[in-house]
Design a protein around this ligand. Structure first.
Ligand code: RB5
Length: 150
C-alpha cells in the first residue's frame, strides 16, 4: 500500500479528462485524498497551464506527489520537468512505472490518455504508489538533477 497516504495533486487537459476522472476515483477508493486542479470537461485547454499548476505544487513541497495526464503524456512531462525538484516520469507501461520509483524516485506520474486503457492506467497508478525508492547509488544520481542549469 501507499504507506503514508499523503494527498495527491492531479491534473489533465481535455484529451485525458475522461481518464483523469477515472484515475481520481480509483485513488480516492484507496483512501487517498486527491486535489483535482482540472481540467473539468473535454473543452479544449492548454495542457501547459495544468502541468504548471501540478508541477509547481510538487516543486514547492506543497504536495509530495502528483499525477498529470494529457493525450500522449509528452507535453505534460516536458512542462513538469522544467520545475526544480520535480522528477516527472512518463509511464505508459508498468515496467517504467516501477523503475521510475525504484531508480528515479519519480514524484510526478505522467500518462497518456489517448494511449492506454483504464485497466492498465490503474495498474500503473498502483505500482507507482506502492513501489519504494531504492536509494543507495540512485540517490546521488538524482541529486545531480538539481545542480543542472543552462
Ligand atoms: C492535445 O491535442 C494534445 O496535444 C495534448 O493532450 C498532449 O498530447 C500534448 O502533449
Amino acid at each position: 500500500m501507499y504507506k503514508n497516504k499523503t494527498p495527491i495533486i492531479i491534473g489533465s487537459d481535455h484529451a485525458a479528462y475522461p481518464l483523469k476522472e477515472k484515475v481520481k476515483k480509483y485513488i480516492i477508493e484507496k483512501g487517498i485524498d486527491v486535489k483535482d486542479i482540472g481540467a473539468f470537461s473535454e473543452d479544449s485547454v492548454d495542457y501547459t497551464d495544468y502541468g504548471i499548476k501540478v508541477a509547481s505544487s510538487v516543486s514547492t513541497g506543497e504536495f509530495e506527489r502528483g499525477i498529470l495526464l494529457c493525450g500522449t503524456g509528452l507535453g505534460m512531462s516536458m512542462v513538469a520537468n522544467r520545475f526544480n525538484h520535480v522528477r516527472a516520469a512518463l509511464c505508459n507501461d508498468l515496467f517504467s512505472a516501477i523503475m521510475s520509483r525504484q531508480h528515479n524516485n519519480s514524484n510526478i506520474l505522467v500518462m497518456g490518455g489517448r494511449l492506454i486503457g483504464d485497466g492498465l492506467a490503474f495498474e500503473i497508478v498502483t505500482a507507482w504508489l506502492e513501489t519504494p525508492f531504492e536509494g543507495g547509488r540512485h540517490q546521488s544520481r538524482i541529486e545531480k538533477f538539481d545542480t543542472i542549469s543552462g
